[in-house]
Design a protein around this ligand. Structure first.
Ligand SMILES: Nc1ncnc2c1ncn2[C@@H]1O[C@H](COP(=O)(O)OP(=O)(O)O)[C@@H](O)[C@H]1O
Ligand SMILES: [Mg+2]
Length: 334
């Protein structure tokens, strides 16, 4: 495939084993990426833990989207957005990332005429300013739209032709036509699979149009399994003893089960907050930072999660934590 060598972003192959740290993958197995890190290549974290199945699906999509968008669905803080950006960081693939909201319009992504001043104090002039979609299409970047299910489905309809690989016509700019660069890709993340919020937990989520969803390949990102999470937690909070780490992960998984309605206790779906990977890391770090406090685990849990939960959820979480952590949660000698 000739990837238009004269255009902004150029193709380069990367050995998957080397860039993603899999020692059992031969160097000859490669993934498509870009040859320079000009442009908005995401930051990378050296402690990021890649999940093979997700990575395999994402790399295959990046290699050959075949007229599809890539739709990543999963609970909050499970690693959807970071799974994409950490991958792109290693492939030197520039990425335009947007977090959607209920008032986002397709035209906001295309571009708008704005008053622009060339230097401070100079009188402004009207100028067409390209939006993230137009820029990504022109230069061969990935457009990553987080929380896409917050957007009005009629607005998301604007993506239909673009996903299929058609050009973008900017009527407002004299009918300018932007042809998609061969390295342009479009990726969405969301808590719902586009069927709307069936749980009552995700306020603001809207059911999406079937024509839009039909153009996307879907992938699911669940919370990490306990072993993977333990490895990561060890690298993020190295001063926490292993025994305690394992218990914190157990608490996190019990909270998640109750949030997702999988606890089997009849209390299902009662929690409106959950312990995402992000929150777990925060809890563990604060517990170590405040280890001189009489009840460090309880105190740091409040700061990380329960102060933003309603009273009954906070109590339910306390019950889970004290059941698992016992004396460590409520030291008797204080
Ligand atoms: N595989 C992972 N390795 C390291 N950190 C992770 C991983 N997955 C999630 N995280 C942590 O959790 C946070 C939330 O992940 P994020 O991708 O923003 O979640 P989502 O988009 O699903 O809400 C990240 O900032 C990162 O700190
Ligand atoms: Mg996200």
């Amino acid at each position: 495939m000739d990837l238009a060598s004269n255009l902004t972003t150029r193709a380069k192959q990367y050995s998957i084993g080397q860039v993603f740290g899999f020692t059992d993958v031969p160097d000859s197995i490669t993934a498509l990426g870009c040859d320079s890190n000009d442009g908005p290549v995401p930051e990378k974290s050296n402690t990021y833990g890649f999940r093979r199945e997700f990575l395999r699906e994402l790399l295959e999509f990046l290699r050959e989207p075949s007229g599809d968008g890539f739709y990543v669905v999963g609970p909050t803080g499970s690693g959807k957005s970071s799974g994409v950006t950490e991958t792109l960081a290693r492939l030197n693939w520039p990425c335009q990332e947007v977090t959607a909201h209920g008032r986002l319009e397709f035209d906001d992504l295309v571009g708008q005429f704005k008053l622009v001043s060339v230097a401070p104090g100079e009188p402004p002039v009207m100028q067409f300013v390209y939006g993230v979609l137009a820029n990504a299409m022109k230069h061969g970047h990935v457009l990553l739209i987080n929380e896409v299910d917050y957007v009005d489905p009629a607005e998301n309809g604007g993506f239909n032709d673009i996903i299929e690989g058609k050009s973008l016509t900017i009527t407002a700019n004299g009918g300018e036509i932007i042809r998609p660069h061969p390295m342009f890709r479009i990726i969405f993340t969301a808590n719902s699979n586009g069927c709307g919020d069936t749980t009552g937990l995700h306020r603001g989520v809207l059911a999406q149009n079937i024509a839009f969803l039909d153009r996307c390949r879907m992938t699911h990102v669940a919370y990490m399994d306990a072993q993977e999470e333990d490895k990561l937690l060890a690298s993020k909070v190295p001063n926490m003893p292993q025994k305690l780490r394992v218990k914190l992960i157990e608490v996190a998984n019990a909270i998640r089960k109750q949030f997702l309605g999988e606890s089997g206790t009849g209390e299902d779906g009662k929690l409106a907050v959950t312990m995402s990977t992000r929150t777990l890391f925060r809890w563990a770090k604060l517990a170590m930072d405040f280890r001189q406090h009489p009840t460090p685990l309880k105190y740091s849990m409040e700061m990380s999660l329960t102060l933003r939960a309603d009273v009954s959820d906070a109590l339910a979480i306390e019950k889970i934590a004290s059941g698992i952590l016992g004396e460590q949660w409520n030291p008797t000698n204080t």
